[in-house]
Ligand binder design. Structure first.
Ligand SMILES: O=C(CO)COP(=O)(O)O
Length: 258
């Protein structure tokens, strides 16, 4: 049996200002009991401008919810207007950082090379990357979804030592299932998540692969999460739209009760 603790993470994308963020995390803290945090790890991934507010609340009230950022600069400091460094995120005590989200690959032309540099920057500052991978619709229709996704996995992990690779989180997010309401079938998601684990075993060892958490993301809701989470190689969910509703996200966290 897997000893991997599921990670249920809410990617708020560009939603909720810092006041709304405080109200939202308060609702989560109020609704989640200690046993929820024992069963799974819960994380929120707010916009950069909310992180200080979330940190103050989590620290002040000793909340068990974890938090992280949606992106990181590949650089440590300097003339990079608009970027946020790993040093800054570490100072705000972030646990996680999303890298290579398809929206960044698509709208900001992020390449595997840049995503890999961001993974290295994250580890350098003690942050755990959530490396997003996944294919567009035409790639799936052509039957190349597994090879496409594994290329992104290999590109993102390039040069990382085993001690870092084993702690990374990989989020399989088929682009056609993001924000569309079209959830990837649980068996289809399992196929790719198992292939991702197989690729890590090939690049490192089976022991490393067994430690890596592989999440599924793309139109996850309280109504479909239990089936997705029943698959052996799926260790959590990266939730977009449904994570903006605190009540719905709590139900997702409690997928075992569905
Ligand atoms: O992109 C996602 C999470 O990173 C998924 O978004 P949705 O849950 O809104 O489909």
């Amino acid at each position: 049996m897997s000893t991997r603790t599921p990670l249920m993470a809410g990617n708020w994308k560009m939603n909720l200002n810092h006041l709304e963020a405080i109200a939202h995390v308060q609702k989560l803290a109020f609704a989640l009991a200690d046993k929820d945090y024992d069963a799974v790890e819960v994380a929120v991934l707010p916009p950069f401008t909310d992180l200080r507010s979330v940190q103050t609340l989590v620290d002040g009230d000793k909340l068990k919810v974890k938090y992280g950022a949606q992106d990181i600069s590949a650089h440590d400091s300097g003339a990079y207007t608009g970027e946020i460094s790993g040093t800054m995120l570490a100072k705000l005590k972030c646990t996680y950082v999303v890298i290579g989200h398809s929206e960044r690959r698509q709208y900001h032309n992020e390449t595997d090379e840049l995503v890999n540099a961001k993974a290295k920057a994250a580890f350098k500052h003690g942050l755990t990357p959530i490396l997003c991978v996944g294919e567009e619709l035409d790639v799936r229709e052509a039957g190349n979804h597994v090879s496409h996704t594994l290329e992104q996995v290999e590109g993102g992990l390039k040069g990382l030592p085993a001690e870092q690779a084993e702690s990374i989180v990989i989020a399989y997010e088929p682009v056609w299932a993001i924000g569309t309401g079209k959830v990837c079938g649980a068996d289809d998601a399992q196929e790719v998540c198992a292939a991702i684990r197989g690729k890590i075993a090939e690049l490192y060892t089976q022991e490393v692969a067994d430690k890596v958490r592989v999440q599924y993301g793309g139109s996850v809701k309280s109504g479909n999460v239990a089936e997705i989470m029943s698959k052996p190689d799926i260790d959590g969910a990266l939730v977009g739209g449904a994570s903006l509703d605190a009540g719905e996200f709590v139900k997702i966290v409690r997928f075992r009760d569905q």
